[in-house]
Ligand binder design. Sequence first.
Ligand code: IPM
Ligand code: MG
Length: 342
Amino acid sequence: MARRVVTLPGDGIGPEIMAPTLDVLGRLGDFEFEAHPFGGAAIDAHGTALTDETLAACRAADAVLLGAVGGPRWDTTDPAAPRPEQGLLGLRKGLGLFANLRPVRPLPALYDASPLRRERIEGTDLLVVRELTGGIYFGQRAREDGRAYDTCDYSVGEIERIARVGFRSARSRVTSVDKANVLETSRLWRETVGRVHGDEFPQVQLEHLLVDNAAMQLIAAPRHFDVILTENLFGDILSDEAAMLTGSIGLLPSASLGDEGTPGVFEPVHGSAPDIAGTGRANPLAMLLSAALMLRHGFGMQDEAAALESAVDRALESGLRTADLGGDATTEQAMRAVLEHL
Ligand code: IPM
Ligand code: MG
């Protein structure tokens, strides 16, 4: 039976990298794709970034593949105006996708594309496990009498479930990142992660790092990290920083997962790149690698996922470079290079 995938191409380069990715998926399995407007495209069509109908379609699907959202056209500081990012947040909350996985593994072929020296990044292979439906992103916020506030709030249960994802994903070590010297939520985080570790995963090594130090260690000694387990806002920031180890954010995929039986959302970490949208120069590799994560985590298609990942690796090894990597390959040339190695 065909696996049902809702596609949300979104804005900017989103649709340009989504279309060829679906062609590649079609060669790897039996899928039924159903596209829905999302982000800015949905604001234009329906006045909201995520319609009830789209959310219902995502809930009923086996997996969701997302391009990117946003663009200058919808940029506004008017709190009442709809924003494309509300689609992302609504989807995460609506599907209960509390675990965001962002693997970072600079390829030997691209060591010289990183702003860091080769000796420093060599051998780096880490996974950011970011809590995605709690913290300051979803706490109470308001603006009143010339002030504004955003509240950061976590329950023990929310911390326990993401901690389990972190420990299960680790090969050897979990680095839990917080700001326990200042924040109460961080003290609860540290205590809870420590308890889950002692009770359920004593064989995994656990260390705690303050977020400012973690930001520094990520550049000073990236090889040290295996799993970085952290809350929503810290994970947002640290995952962009970690992305630069690979030389380009155009290479990083992500998986957002909920409880067993919930469809996952798979999307590149990068944005909609409005500056190059429509030029045919977008790097499709993060989208392809996100499709590989969908095959692995969404459908248990380990072999097909590995085949797609290794085709991307080998295309880069044989010299493929899009503009973000200092080359001039177009989206189409990049896709052809990957297909040659698939
Ligand atoms: C991300 C993005 C989003 C986030 C924005 C667009 C709301 O930066 O997925 O990392 O902050 O989570
Ligand atoms: Mg981000």
